[in-house]
Design a protein around this ligand. Structure first.
Ligand code: NAG
Length: 403
């Protein structure tokens, strides 16, 4: 009942109409009923054997947070893989995977239903706080999040930095819409519930699982705009693979990056969700004949608190641009993260502006791509960290400053 109230409150927050709300609750009840029954039957048959094998054994209970994305989209035809739109809910998906009942008792919540190009920092913050309160209720052994793939890596990275929990949190999505003959969503959702409910995934933090790979939430990145085989980690290695729906960890010890959970204790995150004030951090893209006025325009017209540069090569920027950034940073106290527009590689401290272009607020992004560097900087700004402290934190990803 407590959980149902939670669903109701969430639906109210989402502003859904009563009719939709009731449909949803009915679906939720039917679904839960159906799976609970299946679950108990399955346990009756196998209980003795399994309990004898492992006295700590428990049948997992998983919560799915659905946010929309291609996994919940429909297109015009079975062969069309472009121009589709989100029009399905998590009910439509789980209804088509009765096999989930072999893995876990599944509860689900449609927290948003949008393409991930529409996801903002406040969406990810609300998602994080919802996950935290679900886990605090003690009802769940793991969390699955369905998400559009375009910005999935940003949500995974944000969750990894702001949660410090033992339960697996697994993000998934699909590259083909539900209507496609090569729809990948149901298997991705199935394997994500599999890994989120698996004891071997405990203490591994945030995971991204699509197309048979299990990837760290710190390293996962979308490497291809169209292909199913898009989520990769550049140089750091896949944690494991699903082979015939068996989990094979390549790294047998639970792995958590040293920046994982760094902001888990933040009180400001809860306050900000209610005040709707995320610090504005812009990403500026580097290219030939870069128009430096863009930097000034942005800083003068938006309430910019920090800048991330998607620089060329290993973070290089024009001398003129560096001069403008130095002036703005020195006068306004803006931190400037030097990252790169390239998919692979590191921006080391040694590549920061030097000589007369050197400035206190210049920080190297290490191996974080611009969109991840932005999230890390944003969290540092929420905590009100000094340039020195921000630099120390970026050192944990082989970045930092010269000072
Ligand atoms: C979703 O869109 C597809 C394609 O336009 C359509 O055939 C289908 O009926 C829609 N489904 C729902 C649940 O609205």
């Amino acid at each position: 009942m407590i959980f149902l109230n939670l669903v109701l409150v969430t639906l109210q927050l989402l502003g859904l109409s009563n009719a939709v709300k009731f449909d949803f609750i009915n679906d939720f009840l039917n679904f839960n009923h159906f799976y609970k029954n299946t679950f108990y039957e399955a346990v009756t048959q196998e209980e003795t054997a399994v309990v004898q094998l492992n006295e700590n054994w428990r049948f997992p209970s998983i919560k799915i947070f659905a946010t929309g994305g291609t996994i919940a989209s429909s297109g015009d035809s079975s062969t069309s893989n472009a121009g589709y739109s989100v029009n399905l809910t998590i009910n439509d998906l789980v209804d088509n995977i009765p096999e989930l009942s072999n893995l876990a008792t599944v509860a689900f919540q449609q927290i948003y239903n949008v393409g991930s190009n529409e996801i903002t920092s406040l969406h990810t913050l609300k998602l994080r706080n919802e996950i935290l309160s679900s886990l605090k209720s003690g009802e769940y052994h793991g969390i699955v999040v369905t998400h559009g793939t375009d910005t999935l890596e940003e949500t995974a990275f944000f969750l990894e930095l702001t949660l410090d929990v033992k339960e697996p949190i697994c993000l998934t999505g699909s590259m083909r819409p539900r209507t496609s003959i090569s729809y990948d969503g149901l298997m991705n959702l199935y394997t994500s519930v599999l890994v989120a409910s698996h004891e071997s995934a405990v203490n591994r933090g945030v995971l991204v699982s699509l197309n048979d790979r299990i990837i760290s939430g710190i390293y996962a990145t979308k490497s291809n705009s169209n292909s199913l085989d898009t989520f990769k980690n550049d140089e750091q290695g896949t944690l494991g693979m699903f082979v015939d729906n068996q989990i094979n960890w390549f790294i047998s010890q639970p792995f958590k990056h040293r920046i994982a959970g760094l902001f888990a204790g933040s009180r400001r995150l809860l306050e900000i969700e209610h005040s709707f004030e995320m610090p504005e951090v812009l990403i500026l893209f580097g290219y030939q004949s870069l128009n430096v006025e863009l930097i000034e325009l942005a800083v003068n017209h938006l309430n910019v608190k920090g800048i991330v540069l998607a620089g060329t090569g290993s973070g290089s920027w024009t001398d003129h641009g560096n001069m403008v950034l130095k002036r703005l940073s020195d006068t306004l106290g803006l931190p400037v993260i030097y990252s790169t527009r390239n998919a692979n590689g590191i921006v080391p401290v040694g590549n920061l502006p030097n000589g007369k272009y050197k400035f206190q607020g210049a920080i190297a992004g290490g191996y974080l791509n611009p969109q991840k560097a932005r999230i890390l900087l944003q969290l540092c700004l929420i905590e009100g960290y000094s340039h020195e402290r921000i630099s120390e934190i970026f050192k944990l990803v082989y970045g930092g400053s010269r000072f």
